[in-house]
Design a protein around this ligand. Structure first.
Ligand code: ADP
Length: 448
């Protein structure tokens, strides 16, 4: 930051200094050229009046003597040089300039820049007494003038560097101090931070939002770990209990098979739970890009795979699938949603119940005539590890199916809704058309 301030201020001030040096040089040069022009004009007027008084034009040397410092050159009407006092020769003017001057009724002004190093020659000519009289004055050239200014410009640049260094130090110390303080506060503080500087308000807002997000993420993670360990504890205790009994040899032989079956069932439950947990966590790391999925064909396939499971409760499956419905997602995500909703509709259904699956107008509806969910339980069913039946029996789920569905829908911007009448049935809907704001979701939302 300080380096940037230093470079920027140096660049700006150096630019201004150079512009100032060149502009003032130009102003000063124009001034001296103008002064010389005026002086030569006055002298030329004197020559003209002397020539008028005498009735003839004096020689170049006579004219030069009567003037103060100007050199004199006289040309014939044909443009040939007749007489001159010029020490540098005739190079101060060109033959074209002489021709132009001769053709002109009035005086002719011409500046010749490069006859002698560091000098500029200013010529003013006029036709007097049938001849062309040219007066030449010498002024310091632009480059010489600039060269004389350069040493003082160097000193100015040096002073400028020192001033800029000082400015940088001051700005980083005083201007950036609140920013540094804010950074320290943001690192070492768990509370909401505040600022009295209006310019820093947007930064403070972002830091506060970010801190809150991190805190919520931490809380959510802690809660998740505590839930996982709690849920795993039940099957593990059962497995360990039976294993200890078998190992101690105190278990009667006729109970061994039942104990073995319980250990097997609880182990399966454990591994199913771990698979679910991994599935749930994997959603956050899922970076696979969405592509067009034929949701109609996929729904048909998933429903077909569940047909054998309808027999247990003699369930009837009705389906109305609009063909060719395309959803931007992945096969895996859509299958996960369908699997969870359909398996729940089977799991929580009644004997001889019905399941109606509709995919039409961009909306998936899974409706069942099952046990339903009470109004008290309904707000919690999307929370992680929430199960209505808390007995943790073998057939009870882990309470991760619906949170997975919700997470997947949220990430894709789809609207998930549920409607249920206790004892009569439940309807889940996924509206693939609605892309609601998911930018500012906090991790704490995952619990709800
Ligand atoms: P689980 O693995 O327990 O099924 P879910 O997250 O899928 O976990 O469901 C959470 C709870 O919501 C379930 O315990 C169940 O009580 C209730 N639930 C889910 N779907 C239905 C449904 N179709 N009918 C009745 N209750 C349901």
């Amino acid at each position: 930051m300080s380096k940037r301030i230093l470079i920027t201020s140096l660049f700006i001030t150096l630019f201004i200094l150079l512009i100032f040096a060149f502009t003032s040089n130009e102003v000063y040069y124009s001034q001296s050229e103008g002064d010389m022009h005026t002086r030569l004009r006055e002298q030329l007027n004197t020559v003209e009046s002397v020539a008028a008084q005498n009735g003839a034009l004096p020689s170049a040397e006579q004219i030069a003597l009567s003037l103060d410092g100007a050199e004199v050159t006289i040309f014939t009407v044909d443009g040939d040089m007749e007489d001159t006092t010029l020490s540098v020769g005739a190079e101060t003017f060109s033959s074209e300039e002489t021709a132009t001057a001769l053709a002109s009724e009035n005086e002719h002004f011409y500046v010749c820049p490069s006859v002698r190093e560091g000098h500029t020659f200013v010529n003013l000519s006029k036709r007097i007494d049938g001849k062309l009289v040219m007066l030449t004055g010498e002024i310091i050239s632009r480059s010489r003038m600039l060269a004389t200014v350069l040493p003082s410009l160097g000193i100015f640049i040096l002073v400028d560097v020192i001033v800029c260094l000082l400015f940088t130090w001051l700005s980083t110390t005083f201007i950036l101090r609140p920013v540094k303080e804010l950074a320290m506060e943001a690192i070492g503080n768990n509370k909401k931070i505040e600022t009295r500087h209006a310019e820093l308000k947007p930064v403070v807002d972002v830091i506060n939002w970010k801190n809150e997000y991190v805190r919520a993420a931490q809380r959510s993670k802690d809660e998740f770990i505590s839930n996982v360990t709690h849920e795993m504890n039940t099957p593990l205790t059962s497995i360990r209990g039976f294993a200890e009994l078998i190992a101690s040899g105190s278990m009667p032989k006729d109970k061994m098979i039942a104990a073995g079956k319980t250990i097997e069932a609880q182990s399966e439950r454990l591994s199913a739970m771990i698979k679910r947990i991994l599935n749930y966590s994997a959603i956050d790391d899922d970076t696979v890009k969405s592509y067009d999925v034929d949701a109609s064909a996929l729904t048909e396939r998933v429903l077909d795979s569940y047909v054998p499971m309808l027999k247990d409760k003699d369930l009837t499956l009705l389906r109305r699938i609009e063909p060719g419905m395309i959803v931007s997602s992945t096969q895996e995500r859509l299958t996960e949603i369908l699997d969870n909703l359909i398996s729940n509709a089977i799991k929580y259904n009644k004997q001889n119940g019905k399941i109606m699956v509709t995919l039409a107008g961009g909306v998936l509806t899974v409706e069942d005539t099952g046990i339903g969910i009470s109004n008290e339980e309904l707000p919690h069913i999307f929370s992680r590890f929430y199960t209505v039946d808390k007995s943790h029996g073998e057939n009870v789920g882990f309470g991760l199916g619906l949170p997975i569905v919700r997470k997947l829908c949220d990430r894709s911007g789809w609207k998930l809704s549920v409607d249920s009448v206790f004892g009569e049935g439940t309807v889940f809907k996924v509206d693939f058309r609605v892309a609601h704001d998911k930018k500012h979701r906090s991790p704490s939302d995952d619990k709800n």
